[in-house]
Design a protein around this ligand. Structure first.
Ligand SMILES: [Zn+2]
Length: 75
C-alpha cells in the first residue's frame, strides 16, 4: 500500500509510540504495532489497537495515574 500522505513509498509494518492525554493523565505506549511510512514517517495504528489503548488510558485515569509509560501488550 502506498502512503496516503506523501505517496512516495510503500507502507511497512513497524512499531510506533502512541501518546494519549486525558483527565490529567499523560500516557505513552511504546512498541505499538503500526504501519509506518519509511519516507515521511507517517504512523498508522489500526482501530482495534487504538480502542484498546484508549480503554487502558481510561482505566489508568480512573485509578489516579498522572504519567505512565508502558510497552504495548496485546489483549
Ligand atoms: Zn509517507
Amino acid at each position: 500500500m502506498t502512503c496516503v500522505i506523501c505517496r512516495q513509498a510503500e507502507i511497512e509494518v513497524g512499531e510506533a509510540t502512541v501518546t494519549l492525554e486525558r483527565e490529567g493523565l499523560t500516557l505513552a505506549f511504546k512498541r505499538v504495532p503500526a504501519r509506518v511510512c519509511p519516507n515521511c514517517g507517517e504512523e498508522t495504528v489500526d482501530e482495534p489497537t487504538t480502542a484498546q489503548l484508549l480503554a487502558e488510558a481510561e482505566a489508568l485515569a480512573r485509578a489516579g495515574a498522572l504519567v505512565d509509560i508502558r510497552a504495548y501488550s496485546a489483549a
